[in-house]
Design a protein around this ligand. Structure first.
Ligand SMILES: *Cc1c(COP(=O)(O)O)cnc(C)c1O
Length: 353
């Protein structure tokens, strides 16, 4: 059972907006709102006053468009050839993310005889998407921006989670230089961690994602965000395993003492990483119990020998009080982002407002 605290998400958004000195602050909803459920999260943030939303794909934006009247809904992945008509028909503004996309959008605007709105992504170092700075003069002299109404110019930080990384200030300078070379337009810069880099990284629109969903946007400080996700799993069975016997596929764990094993119905098909085999832990009433043996597709197993009262039907906490997303991610050798965005489709999602 996956509990999503919508009130905590809205509180986190208000915290981030305050961190941005009250300036406009978007919500990034890609990957189904980082695994939490965009169809429920988006209207809740809209009701809290959020008016700018980013997805990754056009399809994600199309699904949310009717829920967010009058708000900006922009897919970050850009305009793949052939999707232009879908953008025009749906009133969704693309984030133009290569020189080719700018040219295609400008040509479409010329054909339709109107200035078409769009956002523009400038690459300042991530080297994934975005118009490169050296391409701007060429696009300008071709008149490409004459037929485009730039709603925002944005760039994305490489290492905002490492405040001392010189890349941050280098990107800020490059971004400012690029904006000066472009027609005047509002700017959008910081992601979640970027809001902890100081006022120089404020802009006309911050774009936090992770912190909305409770991921700590600061490197070493206590998490200023409210936790959002609680994942609980029911114990299906408790069995006695004799000393020396194995548990799970290939018996990668063997009992060193007479052991009680609790089996729960959550496995890697639910996004519970197989890398947690013999490394993970769950919580029962504040006590941590180790995950033993391999995580299998639909099941995982915990050593509950020290909890004699625990039995079938009891709930183990996998994420939540006592098992922070960050700790689970560290044990699995991955990032909290991956733990959240992998949360499985099979969980019953319960939204608290
Ligand atoms: C994912 C993403 C964000 C949000 O980043 P977080 O670290 O989750 O806050 C912002 N901007 C762009 C371009 C992104 O791809």
């Amino acid at each position: 059972m996956l509990e999503i605290d919508l009130a905590a998400i809205a509180d986190n958004w208000r915290t981030l907006r305050a961190r941005h000195a009250g300036r406009p602050t978007a919500a990034v909803l890609k990957a189904d709102a980082y695994g939490t459920g965009a169809a429920r999260v988006a209207p809740h943030l809209y009701a809290a006053g959020c008016r700018h939303f980013f997805t990754a794909h056009l399809d994600e934006a199309l699904a949310l468009r009717p829920l967010l009247p009058g708000a900006l809904v922009a897919p970050l992945n850009g305009v793949v050839p052939g999707s232009e008509a879908d953008y025009l028909a749906s009133g969704i503004d693309p984030v133009l993310s290569s020189a080719d996309e700018v040219r295609r959008w400008a040509a479409l605007a010329r054909r339709t005889g109107r200035r078409l709105p769009a956002l523009l992504h400038i690459d300042t170092g991530l080297a994934r998407r975005g118009v490169e700075q050296h391409e701007i003069p060429g696009l300008t002299s071709e008149g490409a921006f004459k037929t485009i109404a730039l709603r925002y110019v944005l760039t994305h930080l490489v290492a905002a989670d490492e405040p001392d990384d010189p890349a941050n200030i280098a990107q800020l300078r490059a971004f400012n230089a690029a904006c000066v070379a472009l027609p005047p337009a509002p700017r959008s810069l910081a992601n979640s961690a970027g809001l902890w880099l100081g006022v120089a990284f404020h802009s006309d629109l911050a774009r936090p994602g992770a912190a909305l969903y409770g991921i700590n946007p600061t490197q070493e400080r206590d998490n200023p965000m409210r936790p959002v996700v609680r994942l609980r799993a029911r114990v299906l069975q408790v069995r006695e395993v004799a000393s020396g016997n194995g548990v799970g596929y290939n018996a990668t764990w063997r009992a060193q003492r007479p052991t009680r094993i609790a089996t729960v119905g959550v496995g890697y098909a639910d996004g519970w990483p197989r890398a947690l085999s013999n490394r993970g832990a769950a919580c029962f009433a504040g006590t941590s119990v180790p995950l033993v043996g391999r995580v299998s597709m639909d099941l995982s197993t915990y050593d509950v020998t020290d909890l004699p009262a625990l039995g079938p039907g009891d709930w183990l906490d996998l994420l939540g009080p006592g098992c922070a997303v960050a700790d689970v991610a560290a044990r699995a050798g991955t990032s909290p982002y991956e733990i959240l965005t992998s949360l499985g489709r099979r969980y019953a999602r319960i939204f608290r407002a």
